[in-house]
Design a protein around this ligand. Structure first.
Ligand SMILES: [Zn+2]
Length: 456
């Protein structure tokens, strides 16, 4: 009975809004008669309508809405509308950016960002980069100067001297220095706090990697050091994520109250740990493709010829991946090691998902098409496609603390939308059947993207 009352009042509110439009508040965009996949993982709704005013979603209706004058109407018949995709773990420039070259490398980043838009991705989180580079691009994106997905970043990561897994190596004592904790927190705290206040990282990444299963041990932060950093970040309104590798690393990070993880554990993990992660709903960025990519490229580079790659990634980058980068992956032993650990990671992702945990789509790569490869891997291990529609949208927004504004098609949220020509809940390839991409209600003009598809 109470439920009925509630839906009545909701219906009345909708009617009122439609019958008496406020003067001047013109609706900008109406996508109608579309199958709505709203990002929450609930059953798609056929024949739905979504009304966008300005940059926000004004109304979501399971049925037709009245056409207001001046509204741009998009006929969604035969199409599927979902939130824009979110990649929760990228490195713009794919680790080629250094403190010395980042100014010349701007265009590399811009082109990659355009490739993300072309791939249906409207938000990315850069999980470690040269701060001046990534925050410079973030400023350009936020001021509207740069055509780009929403760009969120950590900038530098927090580690200890000699710790591994910290990403690009940069000298200490410069504006782009990595943060390397000293033994005494009183010595490190001012440095860390100054970073939070001056750079305003969207999420702060820490790194502990005491060993891969196959590598010698390296120094890591203590639980106490991590606890101090995480508490300070949270006090400054910043969530924390962490690169962790082994089960001990994960347990230490949990003991220090980490908010989330930058990878799914890719080594054998106990059911107790996986259960704990699932029960606490700790978000885990999946990043299966980084391992799969490096493993696969040793044997077969043909995936770099896939249509989405060729359309959106520069031929020089593809040639570099097929040549020197492939050699580096093989000679460093990475390809061979990732081949061994590949199934552990995917199985852990599936187990956590099945236990009710929060898997978030992330790639640890620098190009849009890899997010689609990530979805293929997660689906390949048995995660249902409808669940993936949430893993790559709302779960990403939660990982980034942006769920109030992003990640689902719900009233009041930003209108970051992906219109597809085919049903992504029927075939994982259909996430690539892109008809249109909207960021904040604005349709992305694909002809303006600096990508190979436009340079013929
Ligand atoms: Zn990474």
């Amino acid at each position: 009975m109470v439920m009925k009352m509630k839906s009545w009042s909701a219906a009345l509110a909708v009617c009122t809004a439609l019958s008496f439009p406020v003067a001047g508040a013109r609706a900008d965009l109406l996508i109608e008669n579309v199958t709505l996949i709203d990002g929450t993982g609930t059953t798609p709704i056929k024949g739905a309508s979504v009304l966008v005013k300005g940059d926000r979603i004004e109304l979501v209706s399971p049925t037709a809405l009245k056409h207001e004058p001046g509204v741009e109407v998009v006929n969604g018949a035969g199409k599927f509308l979902m939130p824009g995709l979110i990649d929760s773990h990228i490195h713009l420039g794919a680790n080629t950016i250094t403190e010395d070259n980042f100014k010349e490398q701007r265009q590399v980043g811009v082109r990659a960002l355009h490739g993300y838009l072309y791939s249906g991705i409207t938000t990315v989180f850069d999980s470690g980069n040269v701060p001046d580079y990534i925050f410079g691009l973030r400023d350009e994106e936020r001021s509207g100067k740069l055509l780009s997905p929403r760009l969120l970043a950590t900038g530098t990561t927090v580690n200890v001297a000699g710790g591994r897994g910290g990403g690009p190596i940069r000298p200490e004592g410069t504006p782009n220095s990595p943060i390397r904790l000293k033994e005494k927190w009183s010595e490190s705290k001012p440095v860390v706090e100054a970073y939070f206040k001056s750079r305003k990282p969207d999420v702060q990444k820490l790194v502990i990697d005491r060993r891969g299963v196959f590598e010698p041990p390296t120094p890591i932060m203590s639980v106490e050091q991590m606890t101090n950093v995480i508490r300070l970040a949270n006090e400054n309104g910043v969530r924390t994520t962490i690169h962790a590798a082994s089960e001990e690393d994960y347990n230490d990070a949990l003991a220090a109250h980490i908010d989330e993880f930058a990878h799914v554990i890719r080594y054998p993990a106990s059911d107790a740990l996986l259960k704990l992660l699932a029960t606490k709903k700790v978000p885990l960025s999946s990043t299966m493709i980084v391992f799969n990519y490096i493993e696969r490229i040793a044997e077969d580079t043909s995936f770099l010829e896939a249509p989405l790659f060729k359309a959106s990634v520069d031929p020089e980058i593809i040639a570099n991946q097929k040549g020197p980068e492939r050699q580096r992956y093989m000679s460093s032993g990475m390809s061979a090691q990732f081949k061994i650990t590949h199934n552990y990671g995917l199985n852990n992702a599936k187990k956590v998902h099945d236990m009710g945990g929060m898997i978030v789509a992330g790639t640890d790569r620098g190009w849009g098409p890899t997010l689609h490869m990530e979805l293929e891997l997660l689906h390949g291990v048995g995660i249902p496609l409808l669940d993936l529609t949430r893993i790559v949208t709302l779960n990403g927004a939660i990982y980034l603390s942006r769920e109030k504004d992003l990640g689902s098609i719900q009233r009041g949220k930003l209108a970051d939308l992906l219109l597809l020509n085919a049903d992504p809940t029927k075939d994982v390839k259909n996430f690539q059947a892109i008809a249109a991409v909207y960021k904040g209600g604005q349709k992305i003009d694909f002809s303006k993207l600096d990508i190979p598809a436009n340079r013929k």
